[in-house]
Design a protein around this ligand. Structure first.
Ligand SMILES: NC(=O)C1=CN([C@@H]2O[C@H](COP(=O)(O)OP(=O)(O)OC[C@H]3O[C@@H](n4cnc5c(N)ncnc54)[C@H](OP(=O)(O)O)[C@@H]3O)[C@@H](O)[C@H]2O)C=CC1
Ligand SMILES: Nc1nc(=O)c2c([nH]1)NC[C@@H]1CN(c3ccc(C(=O)N[C@@H](CCC(=O)O)C(=O)O)cc3)C=[N+]21
Length: 285
């Protein structure tokens, strides 16, 4: 069994991003936060730290866990219109009553480095240039880095969220995989996932994927980041059990997570240097 770590790939992406960031005006990423969720705040701190390391300015705009949806929307609209800001992301979760899907429509698609605006997902689905969510892009980047063949192969994604499962299904389809998406209403999950040659777990349920869910030799990517009893993080995959069956498996931590952060910054550098790259037809002018 091969362990597919993300650390070296993340470092390579950061090095490339640093060079790209140094090539033009300093890129700036704004992260809007309206939560007290510890995992989410950890991610924000790690984005800010990694940004500093590659020469990208990062503004964290913390509106507090009680922010009204209108206030979040106005903040996003203001940052969308601010020419100093190249990348803009709205952190989830959000306060009760605030819809990420609705609010993300206020993010200028050219600055939508985490692919959250419904326009970005629509363009992705239509095969048009757009920034995919950094997490979905990280899964593809890991598969490419380890030269995992996708064309013609059976891929199964567990999870259908707008940030991970859905965009990932489109990215895999684009690469000519035969894609099945599972969710909480899927009957006999193991019967479906054990057909996968490439299995991606993005359900947010610790240990959901056990040995019986995995075909011998399959490549398994674990997107889950669940709080563990020891205060650390654990994935959706039972690592010990599945490592006896899978051909290759990503660890948590140290797998998809670091690549996600690196790609968010890479998208920001690209948005700064080539603002029309991702959204050629979304805006005229
Ligand atoms: N490493 C990284 O960079 C990132 C990691 N994550 C992690 O990935 C995981 C998923 O995140 P996210 O997509 O936002 O989560 P959501 O809660 O939004 O979505 C979870 C999905 O999994 C499905 N699901 C839940 N339970 C089961 C089950 N028992 N069997 C089958 N499907 C199930 C849900 O089905 P239904 O639609 O029917 O409810 C839903 O589609 C989380 O652990 C999160 O922390 C997220 C973003 C980035
Ligand atoms: N709009 C939005 N987009 C997101 O992508 C998003 C979000 N909101 N809200 C929160 C979740 C969570 N998330 C993580 C990213 C990286 C790590 C990561 O790098 N984790 C380290 C380990 C961290 C540790 O050990 O504590 C690792 O996996 O190696 C974790 C979690 C992105 N999220």
């Amino acid at each position: 069994m091969k362990t597919l770590t993300g650390k070296d790939l993340a470092a390579a992406i950061r090095a490339r991003t640093q060079a790209e960031a140094a090539a033009g005006a300093q890129p700036r990423l704004a992260v809007v936060v309206a939560t007290a969720d510890e995992a989410s705040l950890w991610y924000v701190r790690s984005i800010a730290k990694a940004a500093a390391g590659v020469g990208i300015a990062c503004d964290v705009v913390d509106l507090g866990p009680d922010a009204a949806p209108g206030r979040i929307r106005e903040t996003l609209a203001g940052l969308s219109a601010d020419p100093r800001v190249h990348g803009l992301m709205l952190q989830t979760p959000l306060p009760p009553g605030a819809s990420a899907q609705e609010l993300a429509a206020a993010i200028d698609p050219r600055k939508d480095v985490d692919g959250a605006n419904p326009l970005s997902l629509g363009r992705l689905a239509a095969g048009l240039p757009a920034f995919p969510p950094a997490t979905a892009a990280a899964v593809l980047a890991l598969l490419d880095h380890y030269e995992v063949e996708l064309a013609g192969r059976r891929a199964v994604v567990v999870g259908r969220s707008t940030v991970v499962g859905k965009p990932l299904a489109h990215l895999l389809l684009d690469r000519h995989a035969t894609v099945t998406v599972c969710h909480s209403r899927t009957r006999d999950l193991a019967a479906v996932t054990s057909q996968a040659e490439v299995l991606v777990a993005a359900a947010g349920r610790a240990g959901l994927i056990g040995a019986a869910h995995v075909a011998r030799g399959a490549v398994v990517i674990d997107v889950g980041t669940n709080p563990a009893d020891d205060g650390g993080l654990t994935g959706d995959v039972d690592f010990a059990a599945v490592s006896n069956v899978a051909g290759a498996l990503t660890p948590v931590p140290g797998g998809v997570g670091p690549v996600t952060t690196a790609l968010l910054l890479s998208h920001t550098a690209r948005a700064a240097n080539r603002p029309h790259d991702a959204q050629e037809e979304a805006h005229d002018g």
